[in-house]
Ligand binder design. Structure first.
Ligand SMILES: Nc1ncnc2c1ncn2[C@@H]1O[C@H](COP(=O)(O)OP(=O)(O)OP(=O)(O)O)[C@@H](O)[C@H]1O
Ligand SMILES: [Mg+2]
Length: 402
């Protein structure tokens, strides 16, 4: 069973079919593209864990489900509910609760002395004012405890209207709770690891590109990433250890762990958060296989079925580079998208996509889903992929009527 049948889940359906599996997909949208590859479909919201569990249990009465997984969809609790109800490999419900709640997660990190930014729960505007007034020179990040896709993630610093920020951040979470963190300036990394037999295998680390931080502040918007990250072997091992410690603190003893890591000014890595699922943004499906040869999608499918995983398949078999960047047109009605023909000629082009088409409204950029589209290239070195991805970006012109 693959929870979610959206565009970013399609590669998992294709991989599962290639492995000769029968696939049941779930999604609220009957036209979700993943369903085209599914043998069975269940119409249910991926965010509704209890309803998904009930549907899965009902389905099992006729056809057994041997494994459950997701990719690029922040629904670890839904996956864990189904797995626990049917008796399939999965993280525990408790671990799934921890990775679904940024406050619970950070409390676990604190208890287990796992390096992470200072944090506190914010229950009122007064709370926010109090912390900010106590340290006016400190930059903070305010976010919903159950957010995803950078919804309501705000950089709180001098000049930001705190009343607005409190209301704005709260608007984006489902549960209404907020967390305030110290903003750690420094190199940001996306990592993707597989924990197997007590060891953490990190398939790739991407350097996240925050060149547009000031453009979209106070919203924190990432503009893609570059693999490999420019870091030393020693730092890379320290990050591996940190991820392992973080996973242990959350009670995750096997499976995929995706990390948001920041390196502070003293060179120490810290965990911003860990997710117990395959990444989105074509990282697990395109960038990691192109750069390192590791197929984490296959590893997760095998793990979810309870099959043994050969350690060699978790180790990099090549050392290449990839880069992803996004387009950020002005907001308004999209009149035309030009230059796709040129884009297709870019050397090393891996894939690209537009989330909108002519006639659609391009929103103002407030969260990751507001970006217009993405392009991913591969090459031999960082310099090569950065140059290629910049040429690729320049190919596309999005004409917008304000
Ligand atoms: N304390 C912090 N210090 C520095 N950067 C931060 C901090 N908190 C968040 N960020 C930046 O903002 C990004 C989004 O924050 P976070 O991951 O907590 O929110 P999210 O809604 O889960 O986003 P996503 O789904 O993209 O991971 C982080 O990946 C990181 O780059
Ligand atoms: Mg995150």
């Amino acid at each position: 069973m693959i929870v979610g049948a959206g565009a970013e889940q399609v590669p998992a359906y294709i991989a599962a079919k290639k492995m000769g599996l029968t696939v049941v997909g779930t999604d609220l949208n009957p036209n979700a593209p993943g369903f085209a590859y599914a043998d069975h479909k269940i119409l249910v919201s991926t965010r509704d864990a209890l309803a998904t569990e009930a549907e899965a249990v009902k389905f099992c009465k006729n056809i057994p489900i041997n494994g459950v997984m997701t990719i690029a969809n922040d629904v670890p609790y839904t996956v864990a509910r189904v797995a626990n109800a049917i008796g399939l490999p999965s993280i525990s419900l408790e671990a799934a609760e921890c990775v679904s709640d940024k406050l619970l997660m950070k409390e676990r990190f604190e208890q287990h002395k796992v390096a992470c930014p200072w944090f506190a729960e914010i229950e009122s505007l007064d709370d926010l004012r109090r912390y900010f007034d106590a340290k006016p020179a400190q930059d903070f990040v305010l976010k919903p405890t159950d957010g995803r896709g950078a919804r309501g993630v705000l950089l709180i610093r001098k000049g930001v209207d705190l009343a607005w920020a409190f209301a704005e951040s709260r608007r984006w979470g489902d549960c209404g709770r907020l967390i305030l963190e110290e903003f750690i300036p420094g190199l940001q990394l996306s990592t993707e690891s597989f924990i197997y037999e007590g060891k953490c295998y990190t398939a790739a680390m991407a350097e996240r590109n925050y060149a547009r931080l000031e453009q979209f502040a106070p919203n924190i918007i990432e503009d893609g990433g570059t693999v490999p990250a420019e870091i030393s072997g020693a730092l890379s091992s320290a990050i591996d250890n940190l991820i392992q410690q973080g996973a242990n603190a959350l009670g995750i003893h096997a499976g995929v762990v995706k990390g948001d890591i920041v390196i502070d000014q003293s060179g120490k890595p810290m965990i911003i958060e860990l997710a117990a699922r395959l990444s989105g943004g074509w990282f697990a499906t395109h960038q990691i296989p192109a750069a390192s040869g590791v197929d984490l999608v296959k590893a997760v499918i095998s793990y979810s079925l309870g099959d043994a995983i050969a350690i060699e398949t978790l180790l990099p078999s090549k050392n290449r580079a990839t880069a992803i960047r996004y387009w950020f047109p002005h907001s308004g009605r999209i009149l035309a998208i030009r230059g796709e023909g040129e884009l297709k000629k870019i050397p090393g082009l891996l894939t690209y996509g537009f989330f909108r088409t002519a006639g659609d409204i391009q929103p103002e950029i407030k969260m990751h889903p507001d970006r217009f589209g993405y392009v991913i290239v591969e090459g031999d070195s960082r310099d090569e992929v950065i140059s290629r991805v910049n040429s690729a970006l320049a190919c596309i012109e999005v004409e917008v009527a304000p």
